[in-house]
Design a protein around this ligand. Sequence first.
Ligand code: AP5
Length: 216
Amino acid sequence: MNIILLGPPGAGKGTQSSLLVQHHGMRQLSTGDMLRAAVAAQTPIGIKAKAIMDAGQLVSDEIVSALIDAELVAMEPTTGAIFDGYPRTAAQADALDTILANHGRRLDMVIELSVDEDELVRRITGRYSCAKCGEGYHDTSKQPAIADVCDRCGSHEFKRRPDDNEDTVRKRMQVYRQETAPILPGYDARGIVHRLDGMAPIEQVTAAIEGMLAQP
Ligand code: AP5
């Protein structure tokens, strides 16, 4: 299967993608993660993308579509893909159709997660992760069992994303409303959109997605 998880920043796209990877052996294709890896490695793409990402703006359609295409080239044709954070513009949605067709794939489902704006801000401004193993935490809803010690790997080092401050989060939401939400009607016309209440607890959202995947 090839699935898009669509939703504003903090809607739970990354959280649900990781769970689907664990439960279904699918592959998560997160353009945000790919770009952050490029920034960390100071590649030419990363150097170009850093300021754009820190400002909450979108990196160019050509760059992110090329990243997705390269990932699909390296994947077994039978491995399902979860697109997390891509497409984000009408041009990217068109590019994805072409890329999938070139790889003998088709888009099966678009899952839209909706969450209130105040909750999105709460989720994003409070989140941080272990700098060593990536385990995710939150200032109020998920803290390590022992203060400042990662539950999973014991590291004392934690980090926050540079774009997770309130001003940038609000900018990212505005970009989502202006650039990304308008691609939904095109998918609606194809009858492949499933809408989910992303305000529900993580396990409930996962169960709802599992139910959709189980449908013939
Ligand atoms: P990206 O990394 O894609 O960020 P985003 O879309 O803003 O999404 P987030 O990762 O912030 O949120 P999420 O929905 O994955 O939520 P999560 O599961 O982490 O993009 C970053 C930047 O890269 C962009 O601004 C842009 O500059 C660039 N970029 C990326 N892709 C691009 C593209 N295609 N085109 C152009 N530019 C691109 O959850 C958030 C928090 O909430 C966590 O703490 C989690 O534990 C918690 N949480 C999740 N679900 C629940 C729940 N149900 N209840 C309570 N808490 C929950």
